[in-house]
Design a protein around this ligand. Sequence first.
Ligand code: ATP
Ligand code: LTN
Length: 325
Amino acid sequence: MARVFSGIQPSGVLTIGNYLGALRHFAIKQETEETVYCIVDLHALTLPKDPDALRLQIRTLAATYLAVGIDPLKSILFVQSHVPEHAELAWLLQCMSYMGEVSRMTQFKEKAEGKESVPVGLFTYPVLQAADILLYDTNIVPVGEDQKQHIELCRDIAMRFNQRFGNVFVIPEHQIPKLGAKIMSLEDPNKKMSKSNPNPASYISLMDEPSVVKKKIIRAVTDTGCEIKDDPEHKPGVANLLTINALCSNRTIAELEALFAGKGYGDLKKDTAEVVVATLSPIQDRVKDILETTELEEALTVGAERARVIASQTLTRVKKVMGLL
Ligand code: ATP
Ligand code: LTN
């Protein structure tokens, strides 16, 4: 069995992009692999956070993991800061990483752009991510397209470490879905849909009410022309709606193109809104139910204990070879 690890930041309400690109696959993986899923709260601190809002977001993200089918008996589900080995390994790996390679990360450049003061943590963010992955002897990291560069950096750091100190780390591989790896913004289909975008019209949140979903999809920016065809380069808005629709309705893009041949953008939007609402409604009901129970706290406590057993063994191995023990 392969070990699978992935994480999501509690930095806002998840979008349908997070779900279709990552979260949906997490639940599928737990049926066949050994899965470890993390709420990466330390990563969320890299940009300013209100403490009460963060607490609520951690809880809501945990409820969302459970609501999409992550079973705490099948997967290890935990909060990153509950396992102190993450921060400790991150420091050790920072001493093995170079300014040059970390400076090339595009997510850092995008998030730092225009800011007068940039937190150091935002810069070293991908090294903490490498620690997350390497602590669990991870083979596979399911993520969206935007995380590919971070996983490659993690591999480079791990290989360098192994070359210097012997075979300590398992070298992980990213796994990016063929369809849905980059759901685009509804407002600007050339940009990634992102939960931290200040404009809520740019994304569909997993918790959006049906009327809000409909309104956002009807107003989504589409392209000139009227043909409904999957052409991301020339028709990014239409291609994005086709992708969302296909994944929410279990139909192929080709089936949708045939179905909407000769029809207008309005028809595609109406149908897409329906299938998105049908996908989100059961998840929303479960999130609301779970938030009212103590099921969450119990799951996270057990999850952190199980995670620590693995993480502490790896960290001891690392410290030994580095000369710390
Ligand atoms: P933020 O805007 O706060 O940086 P985000 O929306 O990009 O957050 P993350 O917590 O960074 O979300 O990502 C969680 C997972 O969702 C990652 O695997 C990421 O690759 C994936 N993901 C994020 N946005 C999209 C998207 N638009 N399409 C597909 N996958 C996505
Ligand atoms: N950087 C990721 C979140 C993340 C992650 C991880 C993903 C933190 N640690 C480990 C996979 C594996 C993001 O911004 N989506």
